[in-house]
Write a protein that binds this ligand. Structure first.
Ligand SMILES: C[S@@+](CC[C@H](N)C(=O)[O-])C[C@H]1O[C@@H](n2cnc3c(N)ncnc32)[C@H](O)[C@@H]1O
Length: 358
């Protein structure tokens, strides 16, 4: 490399970009802590407080809270009044970083420490191949439930189901619905409450999540929903042919070990007039095409350190979260869906919705 030919301006711009990345990466860890400790919520409720009062309100140690506030203030998240020594979370910030705001982006920050805790093990995968199974991600299902509770649930009735004309009427009259990769069953338990005439079945590989889903259903007295721990690749074996009217997958195809078997099983279970509604990450199936993706680096990171590696751990396809529209469409067509519509919805800039009909 000849230092004399370097474009100094480009070098300095990149150096600033890297410094900014270091700061923002560090902030992700502190945002996750602020979310899990309830510090953002406590700050929003308190208005103007000093560190001691905030620590007391949140039931935390003052010294840690003070250092955390340092990161929040220098990171532009919390305002600080040097004269009174008080801190304040601006109302606008509270809308996107607390549990009572419009949307809580702090939920997503939790993925960073969850994935980073596996750095040593993932280095081994980089060198030797293979993957890390779900047992390496102790908080994944909890975070995912929190995420989909705000990204999927509130949009189901108003935005997602209207993609299939007449679907809400059919749900009200009574149909059979399967959620594949249902996680902790948040969506399905909600649907079972909204549509008492319909019957709902959830499948997930995670026994702990299935137990959680069942306990929630029992606590709510729901009798029209059942949850089963099952490898989704076996759905074609356990579900009768054509016995289901609607199958949904929320973010649950790209990390499967055998997505072809899953899609074929879904097709097998669906009645000829049934619909498969799949939500997945919107991407282009090419790195270049993802340059304008609003969360490109974030989702590729999540994919490499979670979605792809859990699939590879089971000797799977390892599509990864950014597998993209093209490969998704091909997969659904291979499974026997002749009509695959692709929809973007305004409420979900990162997701894409496929409406697949036999
Ligand atoms: C990204 S999460 C989505 C969970 C849920 N649909 C939601 O939106 O909250 C993917 C889910 O697929 C499940 N999963 C992965 N591989 C599976 C398999 N082979 N069979 C059944 N479920 C599987 C995981 O346990 C996880 O709950």
């Amino acid at each position: 490399m000849n230092a004399a030919t370097l474009d100094r301006e480009r070098l300095e711009t990149f150096e600033h970009q890297l410094i900014d990345t270091l700061n923002r990466g560090a902030l992700c860890l502190m945002i996750s802590i602020g979310h899990r400790t309830g510090l953002f919520d406590a700050l929003a409720e308190a208005g103007q407080v000093d560190a001691a009062a905030l620590a007391q309100r949140a039931g935390l140690h003052e010294r840690y809270v003070t250092e955390w506030l340092g990161a929040m203030v220098t990171g532009g998240i919390v305002d600080h009044d040097a004269q009174t020594g008080t801190y304040e979370l601006p109302a606008e910030h509270a809308q996107v970083i607390t549990r009572s705001g419009e949307e809580n982006l702090a939920v997503f920050a939790q993925y960073i420490p969850e994935f980073a805790s596996n750095e040593d093990a993932i280095l081994t995968c980089f060198r030797e191949g293979g993957g890390l199974g779900y047992e390496h991600f102790p908080r994944f299902h909890e975070i995912m439930e929190e995420e989909s509770a705000q990204s999927v649930l509130p949009a189901l009735r108003e935005h997602i189901f209207p993609l299939v004309p007449g679907l809400i009427d059919r749900l009200e009259r009574g149909i059979h619905v399967i959620d594949v990769g249902c996680g902790r069953g948040r969506a399905l338990n909600e649907l079972a409450t909204w549509f008492p005439n319909s019957r709902f079945t959830g499948y997930d590989l995670s026994e702990a999540s299935i137990r959680y889903a069942r306990d929630t259903a029992a606590a709510r007295g729901l009798e029209n929903v059942g949850f089963h721990a099952l490898d989704a690749a076996r759905i074609g074996e356990v579900e009768p042919e054509g016995g289901t009217d609607l199958v949904v997958t929320f973010d649950a195809v790209h990390d499967q070990a055998d997505p072809d078997a899953v899609a074929a099983g879904i097709r097998h279970a669906l009645a000829d007039d049934g619909v498969y509604l799949a939500q997945d990450i919107d991407a282009s199936s090419s790195h270049h095409g993802d340059l304008d993706h609003p969360l490109g680096p974030f989702v590729y990171t999540a994919s490499c350190l979670h979605c792809m590696t859990v699939s590879l751990a089971a000797d799977g396809a390892g599509y990864g979260a950014m597998w993209g529209r093209e490969r998704a469409r091909d997969l659904f067509r291979r499974a026997g869906f002749r009509d695959v519509e692709v929809h973007k919805l305004e409420h979900d800039p990162v997701g894409v919705f496929y409406v697949c009909r036999p």
